[in-house]
Design a protein around this ligand. Structure first.
Ligand code: F0G
Length: 427
């Protein structure tokens, strides 16, 4: 394995960005000795492991991720479920819909897949401390893996736009928390500066090891599908780490002969924070960061996604596209996912909202096999769920609201409740 610049291809060492041109770095994987059938068999065998890195849905695929790391910091992560549900198929108008729930990772989001690799690498390199900027999930994941692996951690989060449960994780796992009066983009700028000035390992998705770990969302998904590619993979997009990782993973899987056909990738942004959507649909105007991103899906409230060039490459190789969805569409899709008993945090539901929109527009065929990625756990943002069900989110029609019925603790009052929900049949 070696590290080179994604843009000018210069070889690069441990620097956070390319020393020659300032571009993002990428890991160039080693050639793999095994052929595709042997690799598939190896991955399958490892699934039965009771202990150690083979239990991890990241390290099980280590030949394609980081083959030479002796002692990874692993909890272990991955092994997330793939769901089908009639109500959600009906919602999207797609009988062949499945949802892969990355919120089932140890700290509650997909970030753990990148973090196990990046924290393990930072530890192996002897980093004195690790740092990231975050809308909450990266911070919670970094805090967890740093604590688990015995490294000091610093996280920089936007004070007013980080869901309380995510902040609670960072605090409780012992990271030092800088809660800045500003946006995620401000936080990332500060974390980048600190990593340069104080020699801290920056573990945002600009770190190429994060991308290597996140590739395993695709490897594990394809493995679960017996290496039969779906037609579409739909993913929420913020800082564009996942979009970048998915294209890299799929291209590598195809080159290794693990799949014979590439799925198409659809990257979905919140309409109030959609610079990548605008770039994709107006290439001539060039990349223009969004200076005041706004969305209730706080995880993807990002105006200046660092990985846009890598993400664009992912869409080129997979014949992919970018969609945008409003907050009302996101929260409606979330309410449907929640009502199916699966649950997710708001940003995750951008994938289902996007799939439904692309189906309605005829871009995705009704017979297509589609996998939506759910990126974060329901409990990450229960505050927004409660507000939705109380009809308290400004500008959001709470069409699926399920309000609690408040009453005195008397038999008479309770009888009124029972009459409504049992006798009149709403229960
Ligand atoms: N969904 C969730 C739940 C997220 O937390 C994020 C990103 C995304 C989607 C977007 O993924 O950045 O790879 O395009 N959260 C970052 C964070 C920014 O700090 O936790 P992306």
């Amino acid at each position: 394995m070696s590290i080179r610049c994604f843009e000018c291809q210069s070889p690069a060492g441990d620097a956070p960005v390319c020393p020659a041109c300032g571009g993002l770095l990428e890991v160039v994987p080693d050639p793999v000795d095994l052929d595709a059938p042997a690799l598939k068999e190896l991955f399958r065998q490892r699934r039965f492991a009771q202990h150690g890195p083979d239990r991890s849905g990241v390290w099980r695929y280590r030949e394609l991720v980081h083959p030479r790391l002796a002692e990874p910091v692993t909890r272990p992560e991955g092994n997330t479920n793939l769901y089908r549900h009639d109500s959600l198929s009906a919602y999207a108008g797609l009988a062949g819909l499945q949802l892969k729930h990355e919120g089932e990772n140890p700290s509650g989001s997909f970030k753990d897949r990148g973090m196990t690799v990046a924290v393990s690498e930072a530890k192996a390199q002897g980093a004195r401390a690790v740092i990231c900027a975050s809308t909450g999930n990266t911070a919670a994941s970094l805090a967890s893996y740093a604590a688990f692996g015995g490294l000091p951690a610093i996280v920089v989060v936007p004070r007013d736009h980080t869901a309380p449960s995510k902040l609670a994780q960072s605090m409780a796992f012992g990271a030092r928390v800088a809660a800045v009066r500003g946006s995620f983009d401000d936080a990332l700028r500060l974390a980048e500066q600190a990593s340069r000035s104080h020699g801290l390992a920056l573990l945002n998705s600009v770190n190429p090891w994060r991308i290597e770990g996140q590739k395993t969302i695709m490897f594990e998904l394809l493995d679960q599908l017996d290496w039969q590619s779906p037609d579409w993979i739909v993913v929420p997009a913020g800082n564009l780490g996942n979009t970048s990782a998915f294209g890299k993973a799929l291209a590598e899987a195809k080159a290794l002969g693990l799949i014979d056909r590439l799925p198409r990738l659809a990257s979905v942004q919140a309409a109030g924070a959609a610079p990548f959507y605008r770039l994709f649909h107006n290439r001539e105007a060039g990349y223009q960061p969004e200076t005041s991103p706004e969305t209730l899906a706080s995880a993807i409230r990002i105006g200046d996604p660092r990985s846009w060039k890598k993400a664009l490459f992912s869409l080129e190789v997979t014949d992919g596209l970018v969609e945008q969805v409003s907050d009302a569409e996101i929260l409606d899709a979330k309410a449907a996912i929640d009502a199916a008993g699966i649950g997710c945090e708001p940003a995750s539901a951008a994938s289902l909202a996007g799939a439904a929109k692309l189906r309605a527009a005829g871009v995705i065929d009704e017979h297509a096999r589609v996998v939506c990625i759910l990126t974060g756990n329901f409990m990450k943002d229960s505050k927004t769920a409660v507000a939705y069900h109380q009809g308290a989110l400004e500008g959001i029609p709470s069409k699926r609201a399920n309000r609690p019925y408040e009453m005195d603790a008397t038999t008479t009052a309770f009888a009124g409740f029972l009459d409504e929900v049992v006798v009149q049949g709403t229960a």
